[in-house]
Ligand binder design. Structure first.
Ligand code: BES
Ligand code: MN
Ligand code: ZN
Length: 505
C-alpha cells in the first residue's frame, strides 16, 4: 500500500473512491456544506448518521467533484483515536471487497477529529492508517487461483494499492508523520497475521527463526538463532521435552533491538512459538484441532513488535525470546508422568503433555532474566483454553506481580483496542500446581486454569519484580464464531506492545 499525503483542493481530486469521514458531531455541524461542495444535496443525510463504521456510497455528483464515487464514513462519536481505526478498517475491508485499488481520504477536518478525541493529528492519522491495513488484510497466498472463475475476477489479487490522504497545509507534516507510524504498525501487525495463518506443514520452528531473521534484516535489529544442539548443551529441558515427539528440530531465537543512544529501559518480550499443538500424547480432540496452527501467535506478535519498534527507532532496548517447536505424539514423545529438568534446574512433573506452552516458556523466561537482566519481562502466549472460558474471544488475560506495569498494559489496551483484563495471582493458587515427585507440576487442580498456568510461569522468573504474562488464547485467532467478521489471525499484541513501548519512550 503506497501512502501519500497532499493538500490539493478537494474538487480536483481524481480517485475511484473519495472517502469523507464524519463524527456524529461534525456531521450535524458541517454535513450539509461539505456535501454541497462535493455536488450532493443535503437530502442524502437522511440516510447517514455517522454511526461507527457506517458507510453510505454516493454516485452522480453534479460535477463539482472529480471522484468516481464518494463514500461517507461514520466514525461514531470520534472521542477516542481508536474510533478512527475501527471506521477505517470497515471502509478498507469494503473497498477491497469491491475491488477498488485506489482511494483518497478527505482529512480536511482532521484537526477537529483530533480535538474531539483529545488526541493529536499524528495519533488520529496513525490509528486511521493502522485501520486501513488491518481492514484490507487478506490471506490469499495459499490460493492458487486455478479454480477461480472469470466471474470472481479470475483470481486477481484484491488490494488497496494507493492510499491518498488530503488535508489542510497546517496539518500536512503532522499527518505525514502519523501516517508513517500507522503504516509501520499496521504492516508489522499484518506480517504477524501472515505467520499465524500459515499452517503447521508450512511453518515449523526453523521457519519461525527464519521469519525473525528476515524481520531483523528489514528492521535493522540483531537476530541470533540457537539450533537443537545448542539448546541441548544449554540444557533447555522444557523446550526439548515438548520437542521429543517431533520430526522437526526446535529453535530458540533471540531478537535484539538496541536504540542509537543510551536506552531508557530494557524490555524482554517472550513469545510462545508452538507451531502446531496436537496436545502430544495427551492428544486433543479432533474438533477444532486445526486452529492450533495459531499456537505461535505470541512469537509472531513479538516479531511484529520488534520490527515496528526498530523501524520507529524508539529509545528503548527491546529483546525478544522465541522458544519454538511443534507438540506432537510419537513413540519418542514426552509422556504424562515424566519428570523433566528445565534450564533453571527446577524439575517439573508433566501431568499433561498438552500443557506444553508453559514448559517452553519456563526455559525462555529464566534465560531472559539470567542473560540480560531486563528491567521488565512480558510474555505473550496462547496459553490456556481456560482464559477463553473466563474472558471470551475479545480480551486477553493479564497476570502480573506489579501494579504499575499492569496499569500501563491495561491503558495501552484501552488506547489500542487490544484489551486486556487483569486476573489474580494470589499465593493460594500455588497450592494447585504442587507435585509429589518434582518441584512443581505443569497441571493444576480443577478450576482457575489460566491462573495456575500463570502461577507456573511465575515460578520461572527467579524473583523478578516487574513481570507480566498476557494470555492471548482468545483474541489471537478468530473462527468467526465470536461475532468477529474477519476470520483467522488477528495479530493481537503488536499494537498493544508498540503502544506500551512508545508510552515508555
Ligand atoms: N495452546 C493451548 C491453549 C489454547 C486453547 C489456545 C484454545 C487457543 C485456543 C494450550 O497449549 C493448551 O492446550 N492448554 C491446555 C492446558 C491444560 C492441559 C492444563 C488447555 O487449555 O486445555
Ligand atoms: Mn497444549
Ligand atoms: Zn499450546
Amino acid at each position: 500500500m503506497n501512502i501519500t499525503v497532499h493538500t490539493d483542493p478537494v474538487r480536483k481530486i481524481r480517485t475511484a473512491l473519495f472517502v469523507v469521514p464524519f463524527t456524529s458531531a461534525a456531521l450535524k455541524k458541517n454535513g450539509e456544506p461539505v456535501l454541497r461542495d462535493l455536488g450532493f444535496e443535503g437530502k442524502v443525510l437522511q440516510d447517514f448518521k455517522a454511526d461507527a463504521g457506517e458507510l453510505v456510497f454516493l454516485f452522480g455528483s453534479t460535477g463539482k467533484s472529480s471522484a468516481e464515487r464518494v463514500v461517507l464514513l461514520g466514525c461514531g462519536e470520534g472521542k477516542k483515536a481508536e474510533d478512527y481505526r475501527k471506521a477505517a478498517a470497515v471502509m478498507a475491508a469494503k473497498a477491497v471487497d469491491m475491488g477498488i485499488g485506489s482511494i483518497t481520504v478527505d482529512f480536511s477536518a482532521i484537526r477537529s477529529f483530533a480535538a474531539s478525541a483529545k488526541s493529536s493529528v499524528q495519533r488520529v492519522g496513525s490509528s486511521f492508517i493502522e485501520g486501513c491495513f488491518i481492514g484490507a488484510y487478506r490471506f490469499e497466498r495459499l490460493k492458487s487461483g486455478k479454480l477461480a472463475g472469470k466471474k470472481e475476477g479470475g483470481g486477481k489479487k484484491k488490494e488497496i494499492v494507493d492510499l491518498v490522504l488530503r488535508t489542510e497545509p497546517a496539518q500536512l507534516a503532522a499527518l505525514r508523520d502519523g501516517a508513517e507510524t500507522g503504516r509501520i504498525v499496521g504492516s508489522c501487525q499484518n506480517r504477524a497475521r501472515d505467520l499465524v495463518n500459515l499452517p503447521g506443514n508450512l511453518l515449523n520452528a526453523e521457519d519461525i527463526s527464519r521469519a525473525a531473521a528476515e524481520s531483523g534484516a528489514r528492521g535493522g535489529y540483531e537476530v541470533t538463532v540457537f539450533g537443537k544442539e545448542e539448546i541441548e548443551s544449554m540444557g533447555m529441558g522444557g523446550l526439548l521435552a515438548v520437542n521429543k515427539g517431533s520430526v522437526h528440530p526446535p529453535t530458540f531465537t533471540v531478537l535484539d533491538y538496541r536504540p542509537a543512544g543510551k536506552p531508557s529501559k530494557t524490555v524482554a518480550l517472550v513469545g510462545k512459538g508452538v507451531t502446531f499443538d496436537s496436545g502430544g500424547i495427551s492428544l486433543k480432540p479432533s474438533e477444532g484441532m486445526g486452529e492450533m496452527k495459531s499456537d505461535m501467535a505470541g512469537a509472531a506478535a513479538v516479531i511484529g513488535a520488534l520490527e515496528a519498534v526498530s523501524l520507529l527507532k524508539l529509545p528503548v532496548r527491546v529483546i525478544g525470546f522465541l522458544p519454538a517447536t511443534d507438540n506432537m505424539p510419537s513413540g519418542s514423545a514426552l509422556k504424562p508422568g515424566d519428570v523433566i529438568t528445565t534450564f533453571s534446574g527446577i524439575t517439573v512433573e508433566v501431568g499433561n503433555t498438552d500443557a506444553e506452552g508453559r514448559l517452553i516458556l519456563a526455559d525462555a523466561l529464566i534465560y531472559a532474566k539470567k542473560q540480560y537482566d531486563p528491567d521488565i519481562i512480558i510474555d505473550l502466549a496462547t496459553l490456556t483454553g481456560a482464559c477463553i472460558v473466563a474472558l471470551g474471544y475479545g480480551v486477553a488475560g493479564l497476570f502480573s506481580n506489579n501494579d504499575r506495569l499492569s496499569e500501563d498494559i491495561c491503558n495501552a489496551g484501552q488506547r489500542t483496542g487490544e484489551k486486556v483484563w487483569r486476573m489474580p495471582l494470589w499465593e493460594e493458587y500455588a497450592e494447585m500446581i504442587k507435585s509429589d515427585v518434582a518441584d512443581v507440576s505443569n497441571l493444576g487442580a480443577r478450576g482457575a486454569g489460566s491462573v495456575t498456568a500463570a502461577k507456573f510461569l511465575e515460578t520461572f522468573i527467579d524473583g523478578h519484580k516487574k513481570w507480566a504474562h498476557i494470555d492471548i488464547a482468545g483474541p489471537s485467532f478468530s473462527t468467526g464464531k465470536s461475532g468477529a467478521k474477519a476470520t483467522g489471525a488477528t495479530g493481537f499484541g503488536v499494537r498493544l506492545l508498540v503502544d506500551l513501548l512508545r508510552a515508555w519512550s
